[in-house]
Design a protein around this ligand. Structure first.
Ligand SMILES: [Zn+2]
Length: 686
């Protein structure tokens, strides 16, 4: 908050403790007590004058000095109240946005969409609380400020009266400059638009649910593939490759779990298996059937090796995989759709003038002249004849695979399961990657919305320039010996030559450098947080977050990054390598880049200055003004009548001895703490 008050010398010490926070029953709540203890240190609206005057003074100048300080003290109290309220509003807004940001981060994590939605809701509730509080604070502060001239006059007049004794009486009071408020509290209840953030959290939750669903399909397919390759007992692809092809464990590695296993591992194994089978395959046998079986096996291994060699397993940078594992035919019908059917690889002879196909030249039926090669498809079409001895046709080819595919001790049985799983896996990975891309786009949007919301909060802070911000001028005269106004009409009268028994004094607010690390806010927050009943049910970490932001109000740019970053770091356990982790990093950068203006949190204390300093700032000529003021002092009557007679508009907008300046809702609870200022001493004085 910008303050309109000037600065000056070291202020005097020892402000009295007057104001208190009370609950509706007139007692003190736990929180109220603590808050009261803290805020009462700085809320010194009433009877301040006694602090500045040690004992009764017969010197009118000393009474005038005390009077000026008493007036300005009301301004100091008002400034502190306003600053505390602004700090609450700002920090609640920041806390709300940070929690909303955390909601976005968590919503991006597959499986946590519900938790993300809850966190987003909590962020929204904090902003709702801020909205209610800001509205009440803006209204309260404006009413209190409107009453401030009256408080200044009453407070200072009560100080003057306190110095009157039976013999000697004083009249006078302090007058604030400027006379009217030049503050702007409208930024206090400027709303933050969190709708887009909440909406994004919902959309992210939906997409992260899709990611989760795709991931579970990915996991399931991978597990299924791994089980067929390495995990099932007593047979699996690895075990079969070792038993049937005698592959060494270096050639045929085992993966004890799906972690680290890929469909590429199964593909590599299949290549080695078929290469080994092919290299050891020999066509031969004691009869035509055996010869045909061995010839068909060799043809099948040759075909399978060619197929698996052309197979693909590739992981792409965008999170998708290309898996193309060949499906091997497992019966005659499927064989018809492969090259095994159409390859012209089978030897033919001419038997009785008919071109006849054999499984091998070793076939006992191959007695005629060689007649090139043909495919088994040509047997089906009738272009070549089937040999009666070896009976080679597509049916024999189909039998090779069908035997080993349909039973668990066949290599192809496990391969088929792996191929099917790989197809599901490829689809699921594509779905997952697509959902992740959409999630990333939403997270990008979330980062923008987060930044905008924070900027909405920080761009404009209230401007504080209440009546008395430039200072208070006290005009005091000793009742019994006040000189007649005519003396004041002398041409060259100076302030030093005011009539005997009259005096002026001025005070302004000066920052108290001993309060540089102002702990009013820290203590204020500690008081709130110390009450278990107040924060019970609040989200974990939210109160700490709010506290960090509240206490860091004086250096908002640092504290937002610190407190907000710490809060987001608390989510680390669940993020892994998700889009959420990425978004968290982005949000932290946004907070670090945030340019909040730091706030001077030093408490302000009244100090005496030359009257001219105050009048100059108000554009008033010192001499004539002082003369007019002293001349206007009534012999009797109230100070408020005097102030009104010299043009001050005094009104009571607070209307009671205790004024609730704002209602502070505690986020996450139903609790509302009324922040009440006790003005009774002033009412008595005026
Ligand atoms: Zn034959």
């Amino acid at each position: 908050m910008r303050t309109g008050s000037g600065s000056g010398a070291e202020p005097p010490r020892g402000a009295p403790v007057i104001s208190l926070f009370r609950d509706d029953e007139g007692g003190f709540t736990t929180v109220g007590v603590a808050v009261a203890l803290v805020l009462s240190l700085s809320l010194v609206f009433a009877s301040a004058g006694a602090a500045w005057v040690t004992g009764r003074s017969s010197e009118v100048q000393r009474v005038a000095d005390a009077c000026a300080m008493a007036g300005e003290n009301a301004v100091a109290a008002f400034s502190t109240v306003t600053q505390v309220l602004d700090a609450c509003v700002l920090s609640m807004g920041l806390a709300g946005i940070v929690v909303l940001g955390a909601g976005l981060v968590v919503s991006c994590v597959p499986g946590l969409s519900v938790a993300g939605a809850q966190m987003t809701q909590a962020g929204g509730k904090i902003l709702d609380a801020r909205r209610t509080f800001a509205r009440s604070a803006a209204d309260g502060v404006e009413r209190l400020e409107a009453t401030l001239p009256l408080l200044i006059v009453a407070n200072s007049a009560s100080c003057v009266a306190a110095n009157s004794t039976g013999e000697t009486s004083y009249v006078g009071c302090a007058l604030p400059f400027p006379a009217e408020s030049r503050s702007d509290f409208s930024p206090l209840d400027k709303d933050v638009d969190d709708e887009r953030l909440s909406q994004l959290s919902g959309e992210m939750g939906e997409v992260s649910d899709e990611v989760e669903e795709a991931q579970s399909r990915v996991d399931e397919a991978l597990e299924r593939g791994w089980r067929a390759d390495c995990g099932s007992t007593p047979y699996c692809l690895r075990e079969r490759a070792a038993s049937l092809a005698g592959l060494s464990s270096a050639q045929n590695p085992n993966y004890p779990s799906p972690d680290g296993w890929t469909f590429g591992a199964a593909l590599l194994r299949a290549r080695r298996y078929y290469a080994a089978r092919l290299s050891s395959a020999v066509v031969g046998g004691s009869d035509a059937e055996e010869i045909t079986d061995s010839a068909c096996r060799k043809a099948f291994y040759e075909y399978a090796l060619e197929q698996v060699n052309a197979g693909i397993y590739q992981e792409l940078g965008d999170g998708t995989v290309v898996v193309d594992l060949p499906s091997l035919p497992r019966n005659a019908s499927q064989t018809r759709s492969t090259e095994l059917y159409t390859d012209s690889r089978w030897p033919c002879t001419t038997e009785d003038g008919v071109r006849t196909l054999h499984s091998s030249t070793l076939c006992p039926g191959a007695t005629g002249a060689a007649s090139g090669t043909a495919s088994v498809a040509e047997v089906d079409s009738g272009a070549v004849a089937r040999c009666d001895e070896c009976r080679m046709d597509v049916g024999d080819l189909g039998k090779v695979a069908s035997a080993s595919t349909s039973i668990a001790n066949g290599f192809e049985h496990h391969w088929r399961i792996i191929v099917e799983a790989s197809e599901d896996y490829e689809r699921a990975r594509a779905d997952e990657a697509a959902a992740q891309r959409r999630l990333k786009d939403l997270a990008d949007e979330g980062e923008d919305a987060f930044e905008q919301a924070l900027e909405q909060l920080g761009v404009t802070r209230p401007t504080l320039c209440p009546p008395g911000a430039w200072g208070c001028v006290a005009v005091v005269a000793r009742g019994s010996s006040r000189s007649v106004p005519s003396e004041l009409t002398a041409s060259f009268l100076s302030e030093a030559k005011l009539p005997e028994g009259a005096a002026v004094s001025a005070s302004v607010l000066a920052p108290d450098s001993s309060t540089e690390d102002n702990n009013v806010l820290a203590s204020f927050f500690d008081a709130l947080a110390a009450s278990d009943s107040a924060v019970g049910g609040a989200l974990d970490g939210v109160m700490e977050l709010w506290g960090g932001l509240l206490v860091g109000y004086g250096s908002a740019y640092g504290s937002v990054a610190d407190a907000g970053g710490e809060f987001l770091d608390g989510l680390d356990g669940v993020l892994g390598g998700t889009v959420g982790a990425w978004l968290k990093g982005r949000l932290k950068q946004v907070m670090e880049g945030l340019g909040f203006e730091p706030v001077d949190l030093r408490l302000r204390k009244p100090v005496l200055v030359n009257t001219q300093d105050v009048l100059d700032q108000s554009g008033l000529d010192q001499l004539s003004s002082v003369r007019e003021l002293v001349a206007a002092l009534p012999d009797s009557g109230s100070a408020t009548d005097f102030a009104r007679s010299v043009g001050y508009w005094l009104e009571d907008e607070v209307g009671g001895e205790r004024f609730t300046v704002a209602e502070l809702p505690i986020p996450g609870t139903e609790l509302t703490i009324p922040l009440t200022i006790d003005l009774s001493a002033l009412r008595d004085a005026s």
